[in-house]
Design a protein around this ligand. Sequence first.
Ligand code: BG6
Length: 513
Amino acid sequence: MAQLAEQPAATPPRIGKQGDPCVMVIFGAAGDLTGRMLIPALHNLARADLLPKEFAVLGVARAQMSNEEFRKRIFDDVKEYCGDCIDASLWEGFASRFYYFAGDFNDDKLYPQIKDRLAQIDRDHSTHQNVFYYLATAPSFFGIIVEKLAATGLMEQKNGHWRRVIIEKPFGHDLESAKILNQQLLKVADEKQIYRIDHYLGKETVQNIMAFRFANGIFEPIWNRRYIDHVQISVAETVGVEGRGSYFDHAGSLRDMVPNHIMQLISLTAMEPPISFDANAVRDEQAKILHAIQPISDEEVLSRTVRGQYGNGTEDGQQVSAYRSESDVPPDSRTETFVAMKLLIDNWRWNDVPFYLRTGKRMPVRNTHIMIQFRQAPFVLFRDTQVEHLMPNQLVLHIQPEEGISLQFAAKVPGPVMRLGTVDMNFEYQEYFGKQASTGYERLLHDCMIGDQTLFQRADMVEAGWSVVSPLLDIWKALPPRNFPNYASGTWGPKEADELMERDGRRWRNFEK
Ligand code: BG6
């Protein structure tokens, strides 16, 4: 075992209850997601005293490895991804609960062996036979693994113990395949056993949308068509496809970001207050919004949506190459790396309030935010006033990398004459709450251990998300783009995205570094 440095940051006090006694079985335990997210998240949970005492992990993957080698590997993972946050006082106890078993997920013989292993671990760690399976595998394995687990009796819940399975997007590649996957899962498991992760819901700032809207009396009364002019949701990334060309070229930005992450942001922003924080109460309201999004007609796909692909350009002062030169991307690829669109929500609260969405790779800055623009005040009083850059009130929920909320409003510029300027009122998470060690998976893993599905996607929500983008997928496929690449790396996407807004007399709010 490698040597640990002297102890870093103080262990935070536990807030919340510990997870139920259980075993976490990670399929794909030698992969990137496990090392980068899952193990550091478990370690953070252990530091926060939220892991049950009766807890163990069984890693399963193809690579041959002993338990000791697996433990060494997780040490390296935590060290690499969470820097000096390793807690020496709890490391030995933490790592000793990790086991490893090599096998091929397609092999029927693997599952009875897992069953034996789980029985042994249960005896050693008193995990009450509760098990959750994390499928950190290629999506093509989701259905196969769950079916084989069920066939071996490993999904069976009896004598008060539970069995759950966590999967992470992509849930299919269109509406049809999403339905097939849901049917495959629901044939052998109950919806209450399936935890579909959208990692955006693990972000504090995303969870805060509900707190902001529903724990404050002053915003909800103006959160509607009477006061709001439009909403913008931007998810801008500076990265390209980062070695994921073979996946991304089949997906594209629309599938990769919109039916999942961006639909989460829309539904949390637009939903009605739920009657409680019970999982289904919240998810019912989210689902209603997804169903209320006005279907885009074939003609509207051309006028209300924009797609783009990055060409050569400059990112942070460095030359970067076009998408078509990325590895595993064909030189004539027509896959989009940028999407913008205008959606409307057909309900009483949002009728006629456009929601403009935009996401792209190789943008000038990494920035995800939701901007609520309020209706312009009648400036009749200020007709003769010097008005510099006067903007309507904008409330911005900064999701990442800045985390916080800002409100832009007009103020009198000091001086003997009446002049108006635009100022900002800012709340920054870090300033108030300090920096938290978090991968975004802590809350989600813990929720699975306590059986709280609020932040997980239900089958109907996944399908509703795909329904929104289905017409785009069809029309875009029928009419392949002719002008790709159509934006330079390091810019805000194709000019058509600006025109989409300009046609409505609006413009994107772009944040600089
Ligand atoms: C993933 C997408 O789901 O989300 C990636 O597959 C994207 O293409 C990523 O880069 C963005 O996540 P985050 O947390 O960096 O905003």
